[in-house]
Design a protein around this ligand. Sequence first.
Ligand SMILES: N[C@@H](CCC(=O)N[C@@H](CS)C(=O)NCC(=O)O)C(=O)O
Length: 283
Amino acid sequence: MADLETLSEHACFGGLQGFYRHASETIGLAMKVGVFLPPQAIAGARVPALVWLAGLTCTEETFAIKAGAQRAAAELGLMLVTPDTSPRDTGVAGADASWDFGNGAGFYLDATQSPWAGRWRMESYVTRELPALLAAHFPWRTDRLGLFGHSMGGHGALTLALRHPGAYRSVSAFAPVAAPMQCPWGVKAFTNYLGDDRAAWAAHDATELVKSGARAPALLVDQGLADKFLAEQLHVDRFEAACRAAGQSLTLRRHPGYDHGYFFIASFVEDHLRFHADALNAA
Ligand SMILES: N[C@@H](CCC(=O)N[C@@H](CS)C(=O)NCC(=O)O)C(=O)O
């Protein structure tokens, strides 16, 4: 396991919010990650880890700075882990051309199409390399891993849990891109990363995965009803219908007045942490 370079560390609610960089074997470039250690870990305990997958345009810093999750994580004894949302500084032409594709928009899958294949491997990075990194460098209780995320990262949380049964004890999402084959963000990402084969797309679409029999732990999803992306991009109603038809447990909470951003996330993130802690701290 490669070394971990400390970029900065900050005392926070009796714990430690750090930002780190490491040479990723999966991606072949340096990747940054944020890790919050709760006070229990500072005192020597091994603690469960909860990985946050952020949305389009975000980095490893966004959730750590904007969501205000550390206070509840400190109380509940949860490590918070925030990977970046794509490879960076790849030299790939066009990677910076738009805010909803390429840099900051890895969509938590392994691209198969040139020029993205080889570098854009966020599924392998999150599901394989990140847990190995945590086990090597942090006081992680290795059989306790939860996953949550927002928007593109909500898509990531749902699809990675559905595609990797048993990997995550608890899963939740805020405003997820819940039927990506049916929205412009998803069609753009899947066409470029995966090519024209729609069967390959369906394997990375939460609604299609549930329809075809994949199952995740009981899910919690929060959605703001003043979210400007809800009607065109997110389609949580279609995901809800698929879960109901398939018998996948889902608690979907709709919140009037809340938009897509981090003020919405900050308002409900404590509920998510308690939801995860119930599963992650259970015997
Ligand atoms: N740049 C886009 C918005 C992108 C956006 O809303 N990104 C969400 C994730 S999909 C986010 O979390 N942005 C970071 C932030 O709010 O700090 C726009 O102009 O409409």
